[in-house]
Design a protein around this ligand. Structure first.
Ligand code: PMV
Length: 329
């Protein structure tokens, strides 16, 4: 190990096929429900952590520019968790670059905190296996626990820090994920605030949690059998149910935009035309369409036709977090 070194980690966003929404413990980020996702191969976050004993405080750049106070506070809170585990106290310099839009419901917090967990753990000398790293990433953002792994992963909600972790799962299904960027502006309500409000006020919340248990069991079964139609049907109903809980909150939280609904209509039309395509949305207006790899072109064509101003991207299953140590110049 060089005397002066930085650690760079690369992590990819993931899209939940069975979602988590709502936490039993906000401080430790313990979700109320298990969730299951696929990690993508596009829009990675690259984060470098350099421990700086001579510095007074942590500093953070986003895409080469100093980050705002809110982002820095979130990163410092996360580094405090790492420092406590490592028995260390030095500040760090963190540089992060997102290849995709930040905070627009495209899972940038998942790739962001998975990359930060990987780089900060190594920079502060913590030796963690994949499950340990997923526990740590969860402290930054619930969905980040799943981006530690490539392919498909399951986040066990658990009840406390130890029992709340992700692990990779076997899946026989080959799918493409077509991302329709219906809106890339940062969201007006954070997922953290929106989920708290939903748990506290939505009369539909607990019934969605209950149906999510059945969705998860059925999803695991469908993934094991390679049944894309079942995978898609379950993913779409689980996502719409999550948005229904938000729409029923008092007052409502609505991430879906008119363009989201146009894309949903297009997906339904594709199904009527015999193409198995299914939509899922997270805390933002963007639509991710699950389909067979050979149908991705048809899905992109539908999006271009109905939403000519919205960019698209085609993703496949991607890798887990990777970490490399670099000598400082
Ligand atoms: O990772 P968080 O805490 O910002 O939560 C995001 C939750 C969803 O993306 C909406 C669903 C999920 O399971 O990823």
């Amino acid at each position: 190990m060089p005397a002066d070194f930085g650690v760079t980690a690369v992590a990819y966003p993931n899209i939940a096929l069975v979602k988590y929404w709502g936490k039993r413990d906000e401080n430790q980020i313990i979700p109320w429900a298990d969730s299951l996702s696929v990690t993508l191969d596009c829009f990675p976050t690259t984060t470098t952590v350099h421990v700086r004993p001579e510095a007074d405080a942590d500093c953070l750049t986003f895409d080469g520019r100093p980050a705002d106070r809110g982002a820095l506070q979130r990163v410092t809170a996360f580094l405090d968790v790492v420092r406590k585990l490592a028995g260390r106290a030095e500040p760090a310099m963190v540089a992060t670059v997102n290849a995709g839009p930040t905070a627009a419901g495209l899972a940038s917090s998942a790739s962001g905190f998975a990359a930060l967990a990987g780089s900060a753990a190594a920079a502060y000398g913590l030796e963690l296996d994949g499950i340990g790293l997923s526990r740590l990433a969860r402290r930054g953002s619930g969905s980040a626990a799943r981006s530690v792994f490539g392919g498909f992963s399951l986040l066990h909600a658990g009840e406390d820090d130890h029992s709340s972790f992700a692990e990779p799962i076997r899946a026989e299904v080959d799918l493409a994920i077509v991302i329709v960027l219906t809106g890339t502006a940062p969201k007006t309500v954070s997922s953290r605030a929106a989920m708290r409000h939903t748990v506290e006020t939505s009369p539909l919340y607990w019934s969605w949690i209950e149906s999510g248990r059945d969705d998860l069991a059925a999803m695991r079964d469908a993934l094991g059998r390679g049944d894309l139609v079942q995978v898609g049907e379950i993913a779409e109903r689980n996502a719409l149910g999550m948005h229904a809980t938000m729409l029923a909150a008092r007052p409502a939280v609505r991430y879906l935009s008119p363009s989201t609904l146009v894309a949903l209509d297009g997906v339904a039309q594709l199904r009527r035309d015999g193409i198995p395509a299914y939509a899922t949305m997270d805390a933002g207006p963007n639509v991710k369409v699950l389909c067979r790899p050979e149908d991705a072109g048809r899905v992109v064509g539908m999006a271009r036709d109905k939403l000519p101003d919205c960019p698209t991207a085609v993703a496949r299953r991607g890798p887990g977090v990777s970490v490399r140590i670099e000598e400082a110049r």
